[in-house]
Design a protein around this ligand. Structure first.
Ligand SMILES: [Zn+2]
Length: 336
């Protein structure tokens, strides 16, 4: 009898503990959600400092919320950009290009096409020439002018990624010396410094845009993106909403970053956006599958290479144009 009563008491206690626990978790989640929505509106009105603090507080209250990691990285990006136009360095794709003495063989398998895809970031005078990362990521407008002149004089034919995939599908054949020029991150200096040169040489390019930073000082505006898209010289691709390191995120946050960036662009451009670039070149099987499921035709990697294959379109290789490369260095990398 006593034993039974004790068991019943224990049950009641356990049930009470459970109810209290659920109530506490619910209350914490509610608090964290309140902080998140406050942060969302702060960010919307440009107050990245307080938005960031609020997202972090929301995460500390409810650490199980992985979705907040994407918000935090977005707010950090906005903050960094607002603070100093010239200080954005950690938000870029770097590559360790092989030395000229050790370039991979350009020998083509039967299903491959030799189409180098160049990768650029900032086109401007390097604000920090003594910093190796900065020296790699910044190509001056004069350098780009020289490089495009070289391509033009040597009969290179700039194509879009749509054209590359049509050629790999056998729908079109490419002119010899076809090449793709890509730019990552959607910096405003692309519009100011690269777009005029693309017009001068009438060359096509690809720009991978981070959609949730469009319009803030270091980045392109929607008007600029739409103008370049309509010019026929710039194929616009997606580069997530906030440029997080995707493997750090939960599956639902990864889906939001990838599909969301496609939706954001298509809403403004009013046509399908077919190409994606992995922030920092980071990917996983799940991330690649999400890119496919979202309806992208392929995705740019930071893997070094010149040969393109149809079954490798979700990880196609590129060649980073390092700001310290001589013209000859680049010439040798894109030679068949
Ligand atoms: Zn990037």
């Amino acid at each position: 009898m006593v034993f039974k009563k004790r068991r019943r008491n224990l049950k009641i206690i356990l049930l009470t503990v459970l109810i209290v626990l659920i109530a506490v978790l619910g209350w914490l989640y509610y608090q964290s959600e309140q902080l998140k929505s406050r942060a969302d509106s702060l960010l919307k009105y440009g107050d990245a400092v307080n938005a960031l603090a609020s997202y972090k507080k929301a995460q500390s209250i409810f650490p199980l919320r992985w979705d907040l990691s994407a918000d935090i990285s977005g707010a950090q990006l906005v903050l960094k950009s607002n603070q100093d136009y010239d200080q954005i360095s950690e938000f870029a794709e770097l590559q360790e290009p092989p030395p000229l003495s050790n370039l991979p063989s350009a020998h083509l398998a039967p299903n491959e096409l030799f189409v180098p895809v160049l990768m650029y970031h900032h086109i401007r005078k390097n604000p920090m020439p003594n910093n190796a990362v900065w020296a790699a990521l910044n190509v001056s407008p004069d350098q780009l002018d020289q490089q495009l002149l070289y391509l033009s004089l040597h009969n290179y034919n700039t194509i879009t990624l749509d054209e590359l995939s049509d050629a790999l599908d056998g729908k079109i054949s490419l002119l010899p010396n076809s090449i793709v020029i890509t730019f990552d991150d959607g910096y405003r200096n692309f519009y100011d410094n690269a777009f005029p040169l693309l017009k001068k040489y009438h060359m096509k390019s690809v720009q991978f845009v981070i959609t949730q930073v469009v319009g803030i000082p270091a980045y392109l505006t929607w008007d600029q993106i739409i103008e370049m898209d309509r010019s026929g010289l710039v194929e616009v691709g997606a580069h997530t909403r906030h440029h997080p390191n995707l493997p750090d995120l939960s599956q639902s946050a990864i889906i939001d970053e990838i599909k969301g960036s496609k939706m954001d662009l298509e809403q403004h451009l009013k046509h399908p956006v077919n190409w994606f670039a992995y922030p920092y070149g980071s990917y996983s099987p799940f991330i690649m599958q999400t890119v496919k499921d979202a309806g992208f035709k392929g995705a740019a990697s930071t893997v070094y290479g010149t040969n393109q294959r149809k079954n490798n379109l979700y990880l196609f290789p590129r060649i980073m144009v390092d700001g310290r490369f001589s013209l000859d260095n680049i010439a040798r990398r894109i030679q068949k």
